[in-house]
Design a protein around this ligand. Structure first.
Ligand SMILES: Cc1ncc(COP(=O)(O)O)c(C=O)c1O
Length: 376
C-alpha cells in the first residue's frame, strides 16, 4: 500500500456513461473483429507466447482486495515491452497493403515505440529511421539501433522529434508509423491500438476476470486498446477502468477535467519516460473520454517506490510500466478513492506491467540493483 503520496489526484469521469453501448462510431476506431485479426497475425510471429499473468498475493493483502494480477510485458518478444504488439503490427499491415519494395518507415519515440517499429521493420526486411530527442537515454538509443534502424537525435522534447520525423517523411516519401493520431492521420494509429487489444484478449484467455483495471497513459493508445475490447464485449458489465499518468505529463487527466482535448500542464520531465506525452491521441481520446471511468495523476516517487517493492517480490517492472500498479496502491490506501472506484475486499484488480527493465542502467539507478539481481 502507498499511503504517503498525498499529491496524487483521482478524477472520476463525469462524461462516462457505462450504459452506453459500444456502437458504430466506436467500432469505426477499434473493434472485436479487428482485435481477432491482430491476434491471428501476431500469434503467428516467431517466438510469440502470451506474457505471464502474475498473481501478487502479498500486494492484494496489503491493499485490502481479493486479487492483484500483473500482466508482465517484460517478457514480450525481445523487446521487453507491450509496444511490440502495436508498432510492429502496424508495420506489417503497411507492408501487406503496399508491399515492401523501397519502403522506409519512420517515427518519433521516447524509446519503446521506436524499438517496436525498428523490430517490425527488420522482420519485414525494410528500412527504419527512428527519431529520438535529447532526453532519451543512450541505452534506449542503442537498443533501437541493434535492430538495424538508423537512429537520429533531434530536439529537446518528444514533440521536436515528431516534427523532425514528419519533415523527413515528407521530404523523402517515407511512411510514418505513429502511435498517436491527429486530424487526417488515423489508419496507422488504429492498427497500433488494435494490436494492443491483444493484451486484453490474452488476459481473458489466461483466466483473468478483473473487476478493476488500472492502466497507464501516455497518448492513451494502450488504454483505448484494452478498453475497447472489454467495452464492446461486456458493455456495462466491464471492469471499472482507471487511467494513470505522471503528474508532469497528465494530458488525459486534464482532458477529462475539461471534457475535451487538452495538453498537459506539467513540464513532461518525468522519470516515467514512456508516459511523457503532452497531447492525447485524438482517436484514443474519442474512446477514453466517454469510456474510461476515472483518471489519476501520480508523482514520480510513487512509480519508483513501486519498482522497488516489486523487485523485493521478484518482479522486474520498468519506470513507465509500473504506473498503473502505483496508482492502484495509492487509491487502495485512500478511503475516499476506494469509495469513488468501488474498491472492496472482494475486488479483483488487473494492472498492465507494460515494460520490464527496458534500460538496465536507469533501472539500476532507480531500484538500487540490477535486473539480473532480482530473483523470484
Ligand atoms: C512502458 C510503456 N507503458 C505505457 C505506455 C503508454 O502507451 P500510450 O502512449 O499508448 O498511452 C508507453 C508508451 O510509450 C510505454 O512505453
Amino acid at each position: 500500500m502507498l499511503t504517503e503520496f498525498l499529491t496524487a489526484r483521482l478524477l472520476t469521469n463525469r462524461f462516462c456513461d457505462r450504459s452506453l453501448a459500444y456502437g458504430e462510431a466506436q467500432r469505426a476506431i477499434l473493434s472485436l473483429a479487428g482485435a481477432a485479426q491482430a491476434n491471428h497475425v501476431i500469434s503467428r510471429w516467431d517466438g510469440y507466447a502470451p506474457t505471464p499473468l502474475r498473481s501478487l498475493p502479498s500486494v492484494a493483502v496489503a491493499c485490502g482486495v481479493a486479487e492483484v494480477l500483473y500482466k508482465d510485458e517484460g517478457h514480450r518478444f525481445a523487446l521487453k515491452s507491450f509496444k511490440a504488439l502495436g508498432g510492429a503490427y502496424a508495420v506489417e499491415r503497411l507492408v501487406a497493403q503496399h508491399g515492401s519494395d523501397g519502403l522506409t518507415v519512420t517515427c518519433a519515440t521516447d524509446g519503446n515505440h521506436g524499438r517496436a517499429v525498428a523490430w517490425g521493420a527488420r522482420r519485414a526486411g525494410i528500412r527504419a529511421v527512428i527519431y529520438i530527442h535529447e532526453g532519451v537515454s543512450q541505452g534506449r538509443a542503442d537498443a533501437i539501433a541493434r535492430f538495424g534502424a538508423d537512429v537520429r537525435r533531434e530536439g529537446a522534447h518528444y514533440d521536436d522529434s515528431v516534427r523532425a520525423s514528419a519533415a523527413a517523411a515528407a521530404a523523402n516519401g517515407w511512411s510514418i508509423i505513429s502511435d498517436t493520431s491527429w486530424p487526417g492521420y488515423e489508419e496507422t494509429p488504429k492498427a497500433v491500438m488494435q494490436g494492443y487489444a491483444v493484451l486484453a484478449m490474452e488476459v481473458e484467455a489466461q483466466g483473468g476476470r478483473p473487476t478493476h483495471v488500472f492502466v497507464q497513459g501516455g497518448v492513451g493508445g494502450l488504454a483505448a486498446g484494452v478498453l475497447s475490447y472489454r467495452w464492446e464485449k461486456f458493455g456495462a458489465a466491464r471492469p471499472v477502468m482507471t487511467v494513470v499518468e505522471p503528474d508532469k505529463a497528465d494530458c488525459l487527466y486534464e482532458s477529462a477535467m475539461a471534457g475535451q482535448l487538452r495538453t498537459a500542464t506539467g513540464n513532461l520531465n518525468t522519470v516515467m519516460a514512456g508516459l511523457a506525452c503532452g497531447e492525447p491521441s485524438l482517436l484514443a481520446w474519442e474512446l477514453l473520454g466517454i469510456g474510461a471511468d476515472a483518471f489519476m495523476s501520480i508523482p514520480d516517487e510513487a512509480a519508483i517506490a513501486t519498482m522497488r517493492d516489486l523487485a523485493a517480490i521478484g518482479v522486474i517492472g520498468g519506470e513507465s510500466g509500473v504506473a498503473g500498479l502505483a496508482g492502484f496502491r495509492i487509491a487502495a490506501a485512500n478511503p475516499a478513492m476506494r469509495g469513488a472506484l468501488g474498491l472492496t475486499a472482494g475486488s479483483r484488480v488487473l494492472v498492465y506491467g507494460t515494460e520490464g527493465a527496458t534500460d538496465p542502467a536507469v533501472y539500476r539507478a532507480l531500484v538500487g540493483k540490477s535486473p539480473e539481481d532480482v530473483t523470484p
